[in-house]
Design a protein around this ligand. Structure first.
Ligand code: NDP
Ligand code: MG
Length: 383
């Protein structure tokens, strides 16, 4: 049967790679695309993939785009209503959530309620609303198919295994561009240095998150929801070359891993065709050239992103939202060169310290917590 998908965040790093997978396979239809402000690229994508619906954030941009694609059979919508409409589009069976930020939560919930499987890249969804998303997916009988490479690796390893035979998850981390450095050396690092990821080419925000280890922290929180494993049974292992994408230790002591060259198209394609595997062009692992794979423990004292994330996850409820929102704002400030690299940790820590946890936050409370965290940072860290 031919598959039809909708792509939320089609102009970003994951979005464009998703469309490459679609292009290379030639048997997936694209029913809807949504982007933020890059209407030039969105127009090109509309011309190539002929969706029925396209969503952009600002109505101003929607007007311009509508005019540009007048010759085509596509409807252009805007705002949150637009995102919700594209997420529910009846023709699609899968929504790819390649948008960045908590703005992805509501469309993801809308798609689940409409019975669509979710190819999930957007980390914020499970980190902040995992307690709402997982039961909702269960209720509607839809799958959450992980796109993040670590979670996809675990998902691949668990294929055909019983959940109760899992002993622990081993999430691998590259350690980022500053691996091996100490606090003193991180004081004056520049944005350009932080953006140089050793192995993966990704959006700016997640690249900074890799440098702080916040990304790994978000991944631990995501994994806990996806695979229903306790925090104490999720271990982070540094494996600098990103060859092992993650592993699972089973109750009998067996450890299974998924390996490969770092290429997001593999997890994207696996999610789109699950449980089928398709040919994927690209570099293969060459073990004669590789020779060795090395491991280290993460330096949690220097790169506090992981420890702060664990703390947020343990306190639970609305705390992961504060962690995530504070980090998001801090990273934006760092990218604008308003704060230093180490200030990112200070902002997260201070935001968490002053927050009163709401134990089982509803969606409205999650979004309110996000807004309040932003507000506080803007007043406390005025530029
Ligand atoms: P990018 O910044 O490259 O792309 C983000 C996408 O979201 C863009 O298409 C952007 O549109 C769109 N967007 C932003 N705001 C809005 C909005 N208000 N309305 C509609 N669309 C919007 O991010 P990545 O692709 O790197 O990451 C996306 C998500 O996937 C993140 O949650 C990230 O953590 C996760 N992820 C990414 C990985 C990677 O390799 N990149 C790996 C694993 C997870 P526009 O550009 O047009 O403004
Ligand atoms: Mg990852």
């Amino acid at each position: 049967m031919e598959k039809t998908i909708a792509v939320l965040g089609s102009t970003g790093s994951i979005g464009t790679q998703t469309l490459e997978v679609v292009r290379e396979n030639g048997d997936i239809r694209v029913a809807a695309l949504a982007a933020g402000r890059n209407i030039d690229l969105l127009e090109k994508q509309i011309r190539e993939f002929s969706p029925l619906l396209a969503a952009v954030w600002e109505e101003e941009d929607a007007k311009v785009l509508r005019d540009r694609v007048r010759d085509l059979d596509v409807r252009v919508v805007s705002g949150m209503e637009g995102l919700l409409e594209m997420a529910r589009i009846p023709q699609a069976q899968i929504l790819v959530t390649a948008i960045v930020g908590m703005i992805g939560i509501r469309p993801t919930m809308a798609a689940i309620e409409a019975g669509k499987d979710i190819a999930l890249a957007n980390k914020e969804t499970l980190v902040t609303a995992g307690h709402l998303i997982m039961p909702l997916a269960k209720k509607h009988g839809v799958r959450i198919l992980p796109v993040d490479s670590e979670h996809s690796a675990i998902f691949q390893v668990l294929h055909g295994e019983e959940p109760r035979s899992i002993r622990k998850l081993l999430i691998t981390a590259s350690g980022g561009p500053f691996r091996g450095k100490k606090r003193q050396e991180l004081k004056n690092v520049r944005v350009e240095d932080a953006l140089k990821h050793p192995n993966w080419s990704m959006g700016q925000k997640i690249t900074i998150d890799s440098a702080t280890l916040v990304n790994k922290g978000l991944e631990v929180m995501e994994a806990r929801w996806l695979f229903n494993v306790g925090l104490e049974d999720i271990q982070v292992v540094v494996q600098p070359k990103s060859i092992i994408h993650s592993m699972v230790e089973f109750v009998d002591g067996a450890v299974l891993a998924q390996l490969g060259t770092p290429d997001m198209k593999l997890p994207i394609q696996y999610a789109l065709y699950y449980p089928q595997r398709r040919y994927l062009p690209g570099e293969r692992l060459d073990f004669s050239a590789l020779r060795q794979i090395s491991f280290e423990e993460p330096d949690e004292e220097t790169f506090r992103g992981l420890a702060l994330a664990r703390d947020a996850a343990e306190r639970g409820g609305s705390m992961p939202t504060v962690f995530n929102a504070a980090n998001e704002r801090a990273v934006a400030k760092f990218l604008r060169r308003e704060i230093s690299f180490l200030d990112i940790y200070t902002i997260i820590e201070e935001a968490m310290e002053r927050h009163q946890v709401i134990a089982h936050p509803a969606l409205e409370e999650i979004l309110e917590t996000e807004a309040k965290t932003y507000e506080w940072i803007e007043s406390r860290w005025k530029h």
